[in-house]
Design a protein around this ligand. Sequence first.
Ligand code: HEC
Length: 142
Amino acid sequence: MNLARYLTLAVLTLSSFGACSRPDAAPASHEPSVASAAAAVADAPPDPAMEARTLFRTRCAVCHGDVGKGDGPGAAALNPKPRAFADAAWQQATTDDALRTIIVQGGPAVGKNAAMPPNPDLVSKPAVVVELIKIVRGFAPK
Ligand code: HEC
């Protein structure tokens, strides 16, 4: 290897080493460093719609079912059963405010069964509650 090639290699190695060890520095090459990609993910604003979808799957579906039919595995032991959200007459009669109240404060807050649990952590996440309401509305017959 001649000296010029050796120096070029050494400079390249040093500059990429520098980019990795200083994540706050601008990326030295065209490829974004792993550190700056990770920072971009961490800085991304939370997506309430995505959070609501995850919540419905992990917290609501056990009773309400994956598609809101009220037939989740936890519903078998419940009386009254969670209604099917596809009930058109109910969708028409209920308001978004009533949905918000029961989702955040639980069944007893609207005179319904305590088997519908409150979700106090959602008090501070109104945008996620809006998206949960959209999910419930989305089960209405088209
Ligand atoms: C442990 C079971 C359970 C879980 C978990 C649960 N629910 Fe319920 N939910 C119920 C039951 C039972 C009712 C019906 C209460 C009644 O009719 O008295 C209900 C009622 C409701 C209603 C009102 C329906 C109506 O008849 O007016 C909404 C809206 C609702 N749930 C949304 C949710 C959402 C959204 C989640 C997740 C954040 C959730 N529920 C989690 C059991 C559950």
